[in-house]
Design a protein around this ligand. Structure first.
Ligand SMILES: [Zn+2]
Length: 307
């Protein structure tokens, strides 16, 4: 059980008052008494990541990713959100593979929506556990769900665990990547969700020490500006430099469908140990999780102010 997980509990306290015993019963689940919303915790996001990584390599088709899906759904079931599974069969160079995006919806009132996404699959490589690449995004998303629980919202906020980001065969090429985001973007275009989305923030490889994000030129400029300005206002400019680079990641699937989207990713191979067996928990820092968590939570509030 990671820290910060609030399980329903019933506490019975016997308190003596003037020789009498008053029974005080606190029920912290259901409607009787709702716990105050918690702030995003980098330590808790790190702990969730640790738990995912402990399952070992989590490529699509593995028993470990099936266990991880069950863990994600069990966690989300405690968060007071609507959880939907988006299952599909991906046609990959290695044949058909079952995949599933997991979508948690925290409802607002405006009819508009904001999305936080990230991928939870890991690249199929010998000895690769993907602490930063696949692990950190999973931990971040689980902690976003914890921090969103019990808050009054303007817009719907979706926390989306994307499957199949990684190429199945060797490295990223053609359509052998972003299976989950492409599937969900097409689905949302068809069911009208796309039109309701004010912005999508994708997180990927944001848990490493010496966090320095890519200033991605493929991201929607106005949304990138909003997030980078929020980072500056919180004193995190060092982690959010403004040297343009172009990234291909899950956000592209949504941008292609007409959604404003930004990718938050540290792609410095020196600090991320990208696609090597050295991408392990000891390379991560809870403070990096905390920085991204605070910036994203504040960015959601700013987006909610927009029409
Ligand atoms: Zn990767």
């Amino acid at each position: 059980m990671p820290t910060g997980v609030r399980m329903p509990f019933t506490e019975l306290k016997m308190k003596p008052i003037r020789g009498m015993f008053v029974v005080l019963c606190i029920v912290a689940s259901g409607s009787a008494l709702v716990a105050a919303p918690k702030d995003f915790s980098g330590a808790d996001a790190f702990a969730y990541t640790e738990r995912a990584v402990a399952l070992g390599p989590r490529p699509d088709g593995s028993s470990a990713i099936a266990k991880l899906r069950a863990t994600i759904k069990a966690q989300l079931a405690t968060r007071g959100c609507e959880v939907t599974g988006d299952s599909f069969t991906a046609q990959t160079p290695e044949g058909p593979i079952s995949m599933e995006n997991i979508i948690a919806k925290f409802p607002g009132k405006s009819g508009r929506a904001i999305v936080i996404s990230g991928h939870y699959d890991t690249k199929k490589l010998p000895g690769f556990v993907g602490a930063n690449d696949g692990g950190s995004s999973t931990g971040m998303l689980l902690e976003f769900a914890a921090a969103l629980q019990g808050r009054v919202r303007v817009d719907d906020v979706y926390v989306v665990f994307l499957d199949g980001e990684e190429a199945v065969r060797k490295e990223w090429a053609g359509t052998d990547n972003t299976y989950g985001s492409r599937h969900l973007a097409a689905k949302w275009l068809q069911d009208g969700t796309t039109r309701r989305i004010k912005g999508l923030i994708n997180v990927d490889m944001t848990g490493d020490k010496n966090l320095r994000l890519v200033y991605d030129d493929n991201s929607t400029p106005s949304l990138r500006k909003l997030v980078w300005d929020v980072a500056d206002s919180l004193g995190y400019s060092a982690a959010f430099p403004r040297q343009p680079t172009m990234m291909e990641d899950d956000h592209i699937s949504f941008i292609t469908a007409g959604v404003r989207a930004v990718d938050l990713i540290d792609f410095d191979s020196q600090s991320t140990f990208w696609h090597t067996p050295q991408d392990t928990m000891d390379k991560l820092d809870p403070h990096s999780f905390e920085i991204i968590g605070r910036v994203v939570m504040k960015s959601i509030e700013e987006l909610e102010q927009q029409k």
